[in-house]
Design a protein around this ligand. Structure first.
Ligand code: RFL
Ligand code: PHB
Length: 394
């Protein structure tokens, strides 16, 4: 087999890249280790920035999201038992975010790929990437017991944090920066109406909580839990009563509980691999970086990486110019570090850190008070939350 580009991973990064390349006339095959059902079963992101919406519009995958997505012009910060609204639109000249689940984005991208008759090989195992620092890059994989080779010009590593692409780069050629937080997020999805029309980010002495949603009838809630907790030990009843204890009295009373349809614990990590290009191998999305989910930057960052990568690959394949691919890594990393900083800061502000004691809680409350009273403090949160413009700092 031969293809100009081989994309490893059919998560949002890989599927989005496939669609951007297809529309420019660059051919790409996607290899995915899991089945489509498995990929759609992972419950992850929920908030899309305008920049991400623009990219989805550019490839014409925005019809359902405009029908079913929920436009949010603000969110609440809850601390010391009271809620304070961050007016995103008012503070940023009218910018908003869209609540539309990653599962739905992935479903829409899969449908667009299928409608265009493009090739995704699911359940491709033992993927190996070869000669990406030489002249004849190729990707090998197994499918139904048979080994296959695809020769190509470029390889896009869109295979997430645990993928094979970053792991194939020699250790001496890559520098990894990592911070692991001493807690995780226990997430519950339930077919119950959201407790509030907008999201509520909660700082409480019992730990962080987040009230999010997927639709008017489906809620997504998270609780900060110790890393040692096991999800099987958290009954639905225990989850709802702990969430109630972290909310303000009005929200606690309004909260509608019900059976969980998904429950899982995710660890929190800040991680960046530098650079993001190695010869003809390019890393994008979670394969290159992870942010803790506070602030909802992960999927949005994946989308902008892929936008930069598609521009670079289109320039290389169609216009035969190297300039884009030479700048890919530095262009992405400037944006990545800004989002890393915001996600780390927002995580540090909102969670209980076991080693920081009562003074840590008091200092967080003082900072939250300052941020919500000071218009410039509120604006700093808002402009980062809605997403910095693509040309920020240029
Ligand atoms: P993914 O989604 O991990 O997809 C990678 C794909 O690669 C496949 N793969 C392989 N395929 C072939 N061969 C191999 N050897 C392979 N190894 C792996 C995998 O099966 C998979 O299908 O990475 P991608 O595409 O870069 O997308 C990144 C996003 O998924 C991620 O950043 C977000 O989900 C992060 N995130 C959030 N981001 C937001 O922007 N807004 C949010 O509200 C938000 N909330 C969240 C989140 C992540 C969370 N968790 C669970 C980490 C909430 C949570 C709880
Ligand atoms: C979600 O709905 O899953 C979600 C929303 C906002 C975040 C993180 C996750 O900051």
């Amino acid at each position: 087999m031969r293809s100009q580009v081989v994309i490893v991973g059919a998560g949002p990064s890989g599927l989005l890249l496939g669609q951007l390349l297809y529309r420019a006339g660059v051919d790409a095959i996607i290899l995915e280790r899991q089945s489509p059902e498995y990929v759609l079963g992972r419950i992850r992101a929920g908030v899309l920035e305008q920049v991400t919406l623009n990219i989805l519009s550019e490839i014409g995958v925005d019809e359902r999201l405009h029908k079913e997505g929920l436009v949010h012009t603000g969110f609440d910060l809850l601390f010391k038992g009271k809620r304070h609204r961050i007016d995103l639109a008012g503070l940023t000249g009218g910018q908003k975010v869209m609540v539309y689940g990653q599962t739905e984005v992935t479903r829409d991208l899969m449908a667009a790929r299928q409608a265009a008759g493009l090739k995704t090989i699911y359940e491709a195992t033992d993927v190996e990437i070869h000669d990406f620092d030489g002249k004849h890059p190729s990707v090998r994989f197994s499918k139904d017991g048979q080994r296959h080779t695809i020769t190509c010009d470029f390889i896009a590593g869109c295979d997430g944090f645990h993928g094979v692409c970053r792991a194939s780069v020699p250790k001496r050629s890559i520098k990894e920066y990592e911070k692991i937080y001493p807690f995780g997020w226990l997430g519950v999805l339930s077919d119950t109406p959201p407790v509030h029309e907008e999201l509520i980010y909660v700082n409480s002495s019992r730990g962080f909580a987040l009230c999010s949603q997927r639709s008017h009838t489906r809620s997504r809630y998270y609780l900060q839990v110790p890393l040692t907790d096991q999800v099987e030990k958290w009954s639905d009843t225990a989850f709802w009563s702990e969430l109630r204890l972290r909310l303000d009295p009005a929200a606690s009373e309004q909260l509608v509980s019900g059976p969980s349809i998904e429950k899982s614990i995710a660890p929190l990590r800040s991680f960046v691999a530098e650079p993001m290009r190695f010869g003809s191998l390019f890393l994008a999305g979670d394969a290159a970086h992870i942010v803790p989910p506070t602030g909802a930057k992960g999927l949005n960052l994946a989308a902008t990486d892929v936008k930069y990568l598609s521009d670079a690959l289109i320039e290389a394949c169609i216009e035969k110019s190297q300039a884009g691919i030479d700048h890919y890594s530095s262009r992405c990393l400037a944006r990545v570090w800004r989002a890393e900083r915001f996600s780390w800061w927002f995580t540090s502000l909102m969670h209980s850190f076991p080693d920081q004691g009562e003074i840590g809680q008091k200092l967080q409350e003082a900072e939250l008070e300052y941020l919500t009273i000071s218009p410039s403090g509120s604006r700093t949160i808002a402009e980062n939350y809605v997403g910095l413009p693509l040309n920020f700092g240029d």
